[in-house]
Design a protein around this ligand. Structure first.
Ligand SMILES: O=C(O)C(=O)C[C@]1(C(=O)O)C=C[C@@H](O)C=C1
Length: 364
């Protein structure tokens, strides 16, 4: 390519950037106006709801449908995710709690779901995230609920039994673990590997093959593991890209998770119910009396209505020895007539039914 052609393309890019800038500014002014209308139309005692997950899901899906490349749909949606995130911050900056410290996969999930313009607040434990949201100190919380390799995150399920919060969204994150070392680590003398117990489990086979005799130490988070390695010359950490960058560690071995599709699903918890988008999921907790065939009976109404269940987990109910509750996720919104019918029947058969929330299927 000649200098002349390069120059011409750069002039074109400058002119396109000017148009994009003008359009983004116009869009931001529209969002400000939306914010003003939301405030002006409030009834007495009502609080303005600026964040609208159902609308955000629609915007992102529409962009993916309209996109003709060369950027792929996910990349394009991610750009719009950030534009919307900054537009929302003009209406009202969102505060979101996640499982800290900084650099955890939970923080990555929060930023993936809400965009970089949120104010994210690290919490020390899952239960604290629930409490922070319940107390109104933050608008939303992001909690891990299941991992494709290791299964349910029981702390999160149990917290739903203790708090009255609503699930307003979900986000799935591909989890790539790396073996990280600090500048002063003697890599041939590593005698200890720190990580969260879940991450150690997700890399078990790799560790057995490469570091069979090295002590594995479970700590409260991957980011905490990364932090510790900074000051120890004989240890390494298993954590992700964010932690590596934040704590200035280098990657000794990358993508060491045993399963290449290793992913974690996170839930967004808050206080606001979300209207239907036409592509939603619902999560419920059901307790049944302790009798033979209880689970079968509970599933009949879902089957009869053709509702597609995506997950069932069982947890001790905490209200009696050997009694259990079922956490069930399925496609559909609680206001869909078919879902409403099925839930009415389930309520009749069960001892207790609690709808944790209906929310848009994860777009990104
Ligand atoms: O449509 C709205 O209600 C808006 O506030 C605008 C907007 C956007 O930028 O598109 C911003 C934040 C909401 O979460 C959803 C959408």
């Amino acid at each position: 390519m000649s200098d002349h052609e390069l120059q011409a393309l750069r002039v074109r890019i400058d002119s396109l950037d000017e148009k994009i800038l003008e359009l983004i500014s116009q869009r931001a002014r529209c969002a400000q106006e939306v914010g003003r209308i939301k405030m002006a139309t409030l009834k007495e005692g009502e609080e303005a709801i600026f964040y609208r997950p159902e609308r955000e899901a629609q915007v992102l899906k529409r962009i993916m449908e309209l996109n003709k490349g060369p950027l792929d749909n996910e990349e394009m949606a991610r750009l719009f995710r950030e534009i919307m995130s900054t537009c929302l911050a003009l209406e009202q900056p969102l505060k979101v709690a996640y499982l800290g410290p900084e650099g955890t996969f939970s923080q990555a999930a929060a930023l993936k779901h809400f965009g970089q313009a949120v104010v994210s607040k690290p919490m020390a434990a899952i239960d604290e995230i629930f409490r922070e949201v319940a107390a109104g100190a933050v608008s939303f919380g992001v909690v891990p609920v299941e991992n494709s390799t290791e299964g349910a995150i029981n702390h999160t399920l149990d917290s739903f039994l203790e708090h009255d919060l609503v699930i307003c969204g979900e986000v799935e994150l591909r989890i790539h673990h790396h073996l990280l070392v600090a500048e002063n680590t003697k890599t041939e003398k590593i005698s200890r590997i720190y990580s969260h117990a879940q991450s150690l489990a997700q890399c078990r086979k790799w560790l057995d093959a490469h570091y069979p005799n090295v002590e594995r130490v479970a700590v409260s988070s991957n980011a905490e593991a990364a932090k510790r390695v900074k000051s120890e010359w004989n240890s390494a950490a298993i954590a992700g890209d964010m932690a590596a960058q934040l704590y200035g560690l280098s990657i000794l071995a990358d993508k060491i998770e045993d399963r290449p599709d290793n992913s974690t699903r996170f839930l967004i918890i808050g206080n606001q119910t979300v209207p239907a988008t036409g592509d939603d999921k619902t999560s419920v907790i059901i307790s049944m009396s302790n009798k033979p065939g209880a689970l079968h009976e509970l599933l009949i109404p879902f089957h009869a209505s053709g509702i597609d269940l995506t997950r069932i987990e069982t947890r001790p109910s905490r209200s009696g020895k050997w009694s259990y509750v079922f956490f069930i996720d399925f496609y559909g919104h609680k206001d869909d007539p078919l879902v409403r019918d099925a839930l009415e029947k389930v309520a009749q058969e069960s001892v207790g039914l609690k709808v944790l929330g209906s929310y848009p299927n994860a777009v990104l």
